[in-house]
Design a protein around this ligand. Structure first.
Ligand SMILES: Cc1ncc(COP(=O)(O)O)c(C=O)c1O
Length: 389
């Protein structure tokens, strides 16, 4: 099989037979026509595999789904209009009233709401467990547990879940393991190869990579993805073909971008971890990260995401985010541009102060999504904003 940069460019994108276009066309259409009623019937029942309606499936999006499946080593994938649409639709496809689900407590805000307040409204009981403890995960299982949901690395404190262990734990009661691998990207981590049943991404981040699209994705075996696609048809969180085309374009440079981000992040983590104004840096690539050993085993690269706690006050953290010149102050992550955010005042305001404290989100925590700029310029930017080491 060709290597990852080659597949980033070429996988699932043969040149267009009709026109010779080397770029996948954008099939910007809501619906598909037939000359015979019988052909329409066969398309609707799925007998012919022909396209019917873009909320169901679209040729541009299908190419994108094949490309992601190739990176995750899965039979198929499905794309959505946002990461949260991918997550909510996938989670719902495994559950019914009376079931139980287990999830880690360090969840992305939207997923936290889904697990802690939305699912219980529909008769699904959920248990949130300490993120890094397989023992707690095992203890939370019940005979009716249908799903175990984890993120690794977590947002924003970069904790890891041992995916192989979590898969064994989930499977011991016949539950499925779903892994949000957004922070790692498919270049650095392949959860399904480690034993997970399903991998999820906010494709808004590393898959697209250019901070100009909102999209989500899920990959897994054909039967699971068919079931999720069926629910996507009914719930309607399908990705628009033009957005699918933008993600296809973004994915051509995914391997290149993520490798540059891994390298930049390592340099910045080393710079920040030795700085007198920084209390701690959370980056799995650093030897002092408490799960560095696990990161080395289950990740191929340590990623472009880190967070660090400043010594000082919430105001000092705010001032730093405003003083940076190359690095911008914005939510989101995984794009070519470096971004910082302050989780306690921006991305994690849905949690109470106590919930934030419990998951390690202090008031001076700064999250840093490292871009592809020259690392010397990024180090220089932090030096001018923080002062010399
Ligand atoms: C880890 C993680 N999962 C899911 C999401 C949700 O993705 P989206 O914003 O594309 O809906 C995000 C968004 O920041 C995220 O960081």
């Amino acid at each position: 099989m060709p290597r990852e940069s080659t597949r980033s460019v070429h996988e699932a994108e043969p040149f267009d037979a009709e026109s010779g276009s080397i770029i996948t066309p954008i099939y910007q259409t809501a619906t598909f026509a037939f000359t015979k009623a019988e052909d329409a019937r066969k398309a609707v029942t799925g007998e012919s595999g022909k396209f019917v309606y873009t909320r169901w499936d679209n040729p541009t999006t299908v190419r994108l789904e094949r490309k992601l499946a190739s990176f995750e080593g899965t039979e198929d994938a499905a794309f959505f209009s946002s990461g949260m649409a991918a997550i909510s639709t996938s989670v719902l496809s495994f559950l019914k009233a009376g079931d139980h689900a287990v999830a880690i407590s360090d969840l992305y805000g939207g997923t936290f709401q889904l697990m802690s307040s939305i699912l219980p409204r529909f008769g699904v009981k959920t248990t949130l467990v300490e993120t890094t403890s397989p023992v707690a995960m095992k203890r939370a299982l019940r005979p009716n547990t249908k799903l175990v949901y984890v993120e690794s690395p977590t947002n924003p404190t970069l904790k890891l879940v041992d995916i192989a262990k979590a898969a064994k734990i989930a499977h011991s009661v016949g539950a499925a393991l779903l892994v949000d691998s957004t922070f790692a990207s498919p270049i650095n981590q392949k959860p399904v190869k480690l034993g997970a049943d399903v991998v999820l991404h906010s494709a808004t981040k590393y898959l697209n990579g250019h901070a100009d699209v909102i999209a989500g994705a899920v990959a897994g075996d054909r039967e699971t993805i068919d079931r999720i696609k069926h629910l996507r048809r009914d719930l309607g969180g399908t990705l628009d073909p033009h957005a699918a085309w933008l993600v296809l374009r973004g994915m051509k440079t995914m391997a290149l971008r993520v490798r540059a981000q891994n390298e930049n992040a390592m340099a910045l983590a080393e710079f920040l971890s030795g700085h007198r104004k920084v209390r701690v840096v959370h980056y799995p690539g650093l030897r002092e990260h408490p799960q560095h050993g696990l990161a080395s085993r289950q990740m191929k690269g340590f990623g472009g995401m880190m967070s660090f706690e400043l010594k000082g006050t919430i105001e000092d953290a705010r001032r730093l985010t405003e003083k940076l010149k190359v690095v911008m102050l914005a939510a989101s992550l995984g794009g070519v541009e470096s971004l910082v955010s302050q989780p306690s005042t921006m991305t994690h305001t849905q949690l109470t102060k106590e919930e934030r404290a419990r998951t390690g989100i202090s008031e001076t925590l700064v999250r840093f999504s490292v871009g592809i700029e020259d690392k010397e310029d990024l180090v220089e930017d932090f030096r001018q904003a923080l002062g010399p080491r």
